[in-house]
Design a protein around this ligand. Structure first.
Ligand code: GDP
Length: 458
């Protein structure tokens, strides 16, 4: 257990009805007690809350009226003594409280340090700790469900099962190495070894195939809207925002200090890329040429290419098709209320196998079909978060991919009748990689880096 006591403001920075200063560590109660007037916090029962005043011991001045929760180890989030001081939600008052808590013995927590302690003290494993972060950042109910399941340890359990299978396999290999004289044992277990490894391989593969969807739910579909001036790009954006309730998230101090705009399409978060710069994308192809536009557009998961039904197809439109070739896009033929000028057949040909949706945004027509097309594109219509095996975390996805490679190396080595100890290396490697998901085999530096992505006070 860590020696020092950490403290941080655990509620969002800003004005609110209540703000919380949280402390964790051996001195959490003693430090709070130095400032608290009302009761002796050292004497109160665990998991109780107490009304009182926070007094500056130097001046005897009252700083705040508070409710203090006292939770003693080990049944707390960090498995250490935890105190939560609920105060009025003004920035000044909560800051002053934190200052005093620090002055009287606590240290300012690093981002994610509370959760890190929960992990280091063995209360949760790494994939669960990451789920805590996902839960905070979840933009839709479905993304939240995945995080909750992960927090509940569903992914951990699955990973543990797979590791168990592998370790048993390794044990068998070891028997083979230690007792090579049993020829028929080797024959038999060779087959078993291959089957086992193959089995785990298939399960990891299944997990991975669903991972793409999980990642989308977690991070949103990066979506770009492109088209010539006046075709209806802004109208489309507005339609999304109005119909689907925009989720505007402010993520200060995380990856970048921007306000990103999310809209919720049938439970799938669309992240509207560069919405402020939407005016710029309209002549992107003109400005920077087809090839460079392609490069820029590649950053998006989905491109919505808008055309005007009331006008003939122009060279500019055709260039847009060139720019999105091979990328994931949906064509939107807008303004179908106008007289037909656009050659829809030509559009369908240009769009090859991609979906073409018709809309009259001015009359609120077509959004349903468009949303369906989007859901279809990414989830083939089915979106079942009831499936526990969703993996949404990029780190997990990478590890699973590496596991898959190690396992296929193992199978190949077996098929090529390589020496058994070579097979063992690959299988052990797969076992270690899976261990990194739950944090069993992970370097400290990586752990530090992971937790530093958390928000302060969590
Ligand atoms: P942008 O320049 O591509 O962003 O296009 P806007 O969304 O600003 O739309 C340009 C004009 O087309 C506006 O006056 C819209 O009201 C109009 N508009 C948008 N959708 C439709 C539609 O379905 N039918 C008609 N007739 N006009 C539309």
């Amino acid at each position: 257990m860590e020696k020092d006591t950490i403290a941080a403001i655990s509620t969002p920075i800003g004005e609110g009805a209540i703000a919380i200063v949280r402390l964790s560590g051996e001195e959490a109660i003693t430090i709070s007690n130095k400032l608290f007037e009302g009761k002796d916090l050292k004497q109160v029962d665990s998991h109780t809350i107490h009304y009182g005043k926070m007094i500056d011991p130097k001046t005897d001045e009252m700083m705040e009226e508070v409710m203090v929760s006292v939770m003693r180890a080990p049944k707390t989030f960090t498995k250490e003594d935890v105190v939560e001081i609920n105060c009025h939600g003004g920035l000044a008052s909560v800051n002053r409280l934190l200052e005093h808590v620090l002055l009287y013995g606590a240290r300012l927590a690093e981002p994610g340090e509370f959760t890190k302690r929960a992990f280091l003290n063995g209360r949760i494993d790494l994939s669960q700790a990451e789920a805590v972060m996902d839960l905070i950042r979840a933009k839709t109910d479905k993304a939240m469900n995945i995080a909750l399941k992960q927090l509940d340890g569903k992914l951990s359990k699955l990973v543990h099962q797979l590791r168990q299978k592998l370790i048993e396999t390794v044990a068998h290999v070891e028997v083979n190495i230690d007792y090579p004289e049993y020829d028929d044992v080797e024959e038999m277990s060779h087959q078993m070894l291959r089957d086992r490894t193959q089995e785990v391989y298939q399960e990891v593969e299944k997990l991975l195939s669903m991972a793409k969807q999980g990642k989308i739910l977690r991070e949103g579909i990066a979506t770009a809207i492109i088209g010539r001036p006046n075709v209806g790009k802004s109208s489309l954006l507005n339609a999304f925002v109005q119909e689907t309730k925009a989720i505007v998230t402010d993520i200060p101090g995380t990856t970048r200090d921007v306000i990103e705009e999310y809209v919720n399409v049938r439970g799938i978060p669309l992240r509207l890329v560069d919405t402020a710069g939407i005016r710029e994308t309209e002549d992107i192809v003109e400005r920077i040429g087809v090839e460079r536009s392609r490069q820029a557009l590649k950053e998006s998961d989905l491109i919505l290419l808008v055309l005007n039904y009331g006008e003939e197809l122009t060279e500019e439109d055709r260039n847009l098709f060139k720019a999105v070739e091979g990328l994931e896009y949906i064509v939107i033929v807008n303004k179908t209320d106008l007289d037909a000028k656009l050659d829809v057949e030509e559009v369908k040909q240009l769009a090859a196998n991609q979906k073409v949706i018709t809309t009259a945004l001015i009359e609120d027509k077509g959004m349903n079909a468009l949303e369906e097309a989007i859901a279809d594109t990414f989830f083939e219509g089915e979106l079942d978060t009831g499936d526990l095996s969703y993996v949404s975390n990029v780190r997990h996805i990478q590890l699973l991919q590496q596991t898959l490679t190690a396992l296929s190396d193992a199978v190949e080595a077996m098929d090529a009748e390589m020496p058994i100890d070579l097979v063992q290396i690959d299988v052990t490697r797969a076992w270690e990689l899976l261990g990194e998901i739950v944090g069993d085999t992970l370097q400290d530096s990586l752990i530090d880096q992971l937790f530093s992505q958390f928000c302060l006070g969590k």
